[in-house]
Design a protein around this ligand. Structure first.
Ligand code: MN
Length: 245
């Protein structure tokens, strides 16, 4: 039996309140469970590594997962740095994940980018974002279902391009319901990326990098939908399979 593929998962840093505030580096456990359920062995990639260390680490993992999180700094895509809707920016995290994308794309390492991950993937390759979809994008439907909704609430449909790796992975080229836990979105698609799913308002909800074994980003959170939309398991399965599982 071949060893289970190692899936390197990017992390965030957060201040939590113990007896006094302390900094922790971590990841929501739903990502870890989704990778495990698909046959992968997750390993966390801590913040604080330099580019050389990230490159060395990337040579040893079989795939890279970019999870959700706060906003990419607008300066990275020529956006409005004064926008009042920007939240939870961490430029150190941005830089680490840009490096991970470069290594994954250049090294043909399977990449699954989720929510913020998709946005960062797009910015890393030269695209831009809406600082706030509801405020800026003409004709936008609601996408920001934080707070009063469960994370597996199916907020809107997406239409999946028939001739895509995503359709192949999900075994569906029609319309599926997805959760929507984002307030930003792709404004200008990066050169080289191909859109493969759209919300009813036209917002790009999934992208792929062609001529790569598996480099895919989704704007929704499939790791929260394993129960209500079991076909999302197939997406993780396709990712782990591309990583050798
Ligand atoms: Mn959405």
């Amino acid at each position: 039996m071949s060893p289970r593929p190692l899936i390197g998962c990017a992390t965030y840093q957060k201040r939590i309140q113990q007896r006094e505030p302390i900094e922790i580096i971590g990841l929501m456990p739903t990502y870890i469970q989704a990778v495990r359920a698909a046959g992968g062995l997750p390993v966390l990639i801590p913040l604080g590594l330099d580019e050389q260390e990230l490159g060395a680490l990337l040579q040893r993992v079989d795939g890279v997962l970019l999870p959700g999180g706060g906003d990419v700094a607008p300066a990275a895509y020529g956006g409005d740095e004064q926008a009042t809707t920007i939240r939870d920016v961490d430029t150190r995290r941005d830089e680490a994940e840009f490096a991970l994308v470069r290594h994954a794309v250049d090294g043909e390492k399977p990449l699954l980018a989720i929510c913020r991950g998709l946005q960062l993937f797009n910015v890393a390759l030269g695209g831009s974002l809406w600082e706030d979809v509801a405020e800026s994008m003409p004709g936008a439907i609601p996408h920001d279902f934080f707070g009063q909704y469960q994370r597996d609430y199916l907020a809107h449909p997406v239409t999946i391009a028939g001739d895509s790796r995503l359709a192949e992975a999900l075994q569906s080229n029609g319309t599926i319901g997805v959760n929507s836990l984002h307030h930003q979105g792709i404004r200008r698609l990066a050169p080289g990326l191909v859109p493969v799913a759209w919300a009813p308002d036209g917002l790009v909800e999934a992208v792929e990098y062609p001529d790569h074994p598996f480099a895919l980003g989704v704007q929704w959170h499939p790791e929260n939908l394993l129960q209500v939309e079991p076909q999302m398991r197939l997406l993780f399965r396709a990712f782990v399979q591309a990583a050798g599982g």
